[in-house]
Ligand binder design. Structure first.
Ligand SMILES: Cc1cc2nc3c(=O)[nH]c(=O)nc-3n(C[C@H](O)[C@H](O)[C@H](O)COP(=O)(O)OP(=O)(O)OC[C@H]3O[C@@H](n4cnc5c(N)ncnc54)[C@H](O)[C@@H]3O)c2cc1C
Length: 459
């Protein structure tokens, strides 16, 4: 690797890693059990260093994979073509909290929860809260346009980004917009970067919009006799005029595996086949109680069991902990493929029914959970005792059928995890050739030598 000495000259030898342990660590993320070893890992600390690295990599045609915390679920940070992993963990500063304009300027390696807690201490709220918020980075959230439970009321990452400093694959450093709430000046490059999965540029600074922190909330857990009943209740809540601040769906096994993982002594009855975790928030407890009453009345129209209303701050924390640990619980039990389907909310019952029918047809078990208020269902397809052949053939055919159903229901194949490496083979189910060709054209304008995160989203 002739360029290693130049990398060391740019970032300092202590920030260039070629040892096996580092290559192994940066060779995987949270996607299935994939491992792709890079040639080298580099940890820059500012945009100028990244600019020099990218110019060098263009010269030597070295693939570069930007990496945040490596919690991604579509394999975006996997260095599938080897080359260089650009680890962003030294970009870990909150640069400025502007309490006059309710904005903050941050580096992309700041952990999402740390940022949320820092602004909350000033009475401010940054709502996007992926369930991985305790470890994922804001830069990764930008690159995936991440969502999370609060998205149903407050929107996803893209709704809070005002401006970005980006190093283009060719080395130029730009700001994409301005630190303002409205901007009609030319194409919207800020939003083009959001969700671009590290293929168009490396984000090095982020200006975020903040809102006042709501002071009160109510959390309830409602059990249902079937997943379809729980899913049908979701759109009924909105039709009754309520927008919860979170509305999460968990199938029975999702809860049981999380309970097992967390070693809780929670017991489900035989009729508890699925749950909705519902939160309302605001500043007036009387209003929230009224909203909870309306939700309670709506749920009675369905096959609902005894609804638990959290009666202490600790119980709320425990219920959210349960929800946030579903993925860990499933992972502790089996290798899985995770799909990130999203449909118009009223189509959720048809989606969940179809998922089970398709699983039966192609011979796989699935466990579903997710952000039902957004129509966003995560489907864990469990490897369990399936043979490698079944895993790599009939399950793949099943996923294609699942995605065709999702699109037929008016939805699409990823709501918040991105296409990355693992969903790439299915993108044509969701997007027309004309649209894919437009996207490829954009990629070429930004990255003529195709060095930045090659092999992600499309070939
Ligand atoms: C248990 C668990 C729960 C999760 N829950 C949710 C959830 O509720 N909602 C949700 O949306 N996601 C969720 N995720 C997925 C994941 O946490 C998010 O996609 C997150 O935004 C990834 O951030 P990261 O820092 O780990 O990025 P990484 O995985 O490191 O990278 C993700 C992508 O971002 C690119 N990237 C990273 N940093 C930069 C940068 N500075 N500039 C340009 N590109 C960059 C990478 O190249 C890659 O393509 C969950 C994951 C886990 C493991």
């Amino acid at each position: 690797m002739p360029y290693i000495s130049q990398l060391k000259a740019i970032v300092g030898a202590e920030h260039v890693y070629v040892d096996q342990e580092s290559l192994h660590h940066y060779g995987h993320d949270e996607t299935e059990d994939f491992l792709f070893l890079p040639d080298v890992v580099v940890k820059p600390s500012n945009a100028e260093e990244i600019s020099k690295i990218l110019i060098l990599c263009n010269q030597f045609k070295v693939p570069v994979t930007p990496r945040g915390a490596g919690t991604g679920l579509s394999g975006g940070a996997l260095p599938i073509h080897k080359g260089l992993v650009l680890a962003m963990e030294r970009f870990n500063k909150i640069l400025h909290i502007d309490d006059q304009n309710l904005q903050a300027t941050v580096e992309p390696g700041v952990v999402t929860q740390y940022f949320q807690e820092t602004v909350a201490a000033q009475g401010l709220f940054y709502p996007p809260d992926p369930s991985s918020r305790g470890s994922c980075f804001l830069g990764g959230n930008m690159a995936e346009s991440s969502g999370g439970p609060k998205a149903v009321k407050y929107g996803v990452t893209k709704d809070y980004v005002l401006n970005l400093e980006v190093v283009l694959p060719t080395g130029e450093i730009i700001w994409t917009g301005a630190n303002v709430l409205k901007n009609a000046t030319g194409y919207n490059l800020t939003q083009l970067m959001i969700g671009s999965e590290g293929t168009l540029g490396v984000i090095t600074k982020i200006v975020l919009k903040l809102i006042p922190l709501p002071s009160k909330d109510l959390v309830m857990l409602a059990p249902f006799a079937s997943s379809e009943q729980a899913c049908a209740a979701v759109s009924a809540i909105f039709r009754a005029g309520i927008t919860p601040s979170a509305l999460e769906f968990m199938e029975r096994d999702a809860i049981l595996w999380a309970v097992d993982y967390l070693k809780l002594d929670m017991v489900l009855t035989d009729t508890d086949q699925a749950h909705l975790l519902i939160e309302v928030d605001g500043n007036d407890m009387d209003v929230l109680m009224k909203e909870a009453e309306i939700i309670y009345e709506v749920l009675q129209e369905f096959e609902v069991g005894e609804i638990l209303m959290a009666d202490s701050a600790q119980q709320k924390v425990d219920l959210w902990k349960l929800r946030r640990n579903v993925a860990h619980g499933v992972k502790a039990n089996s290798i899985y493929k995770e799909e990130d389907t999203v449909v118009p909310r009223a189509a959720l019952p048809a989606l969940i029914k179809g998922i089970k029918e398709i699983g039966g047809k192609f011979g796989f078990e699935s466990v579903c959970f997710g952000h039902a208020g957004d129509g966003n269902l995560h489907i864990f397809i469990i490897k369990g005792n399936l043979s490698e052949e079944q895993w790599n053939t009939s399950v793949i055919e099943g996923i294609k059928e699942l995605f065709r159903l999702t699109v037929a229901l008016g939805g699409t194949i990823s709501g918040e995890h991105g296409i990355g490496y693992v969903q790439k083979p299915y993108i044509e189910i969701a997007l027309s050739k004309t649209v894919i060709d437009l996207m490829k054209g954009i990629k070429k304008v930004f990255d003529p030598n195709h060095i930045l995160n090659p092999g992600k989203i499309f070939e």
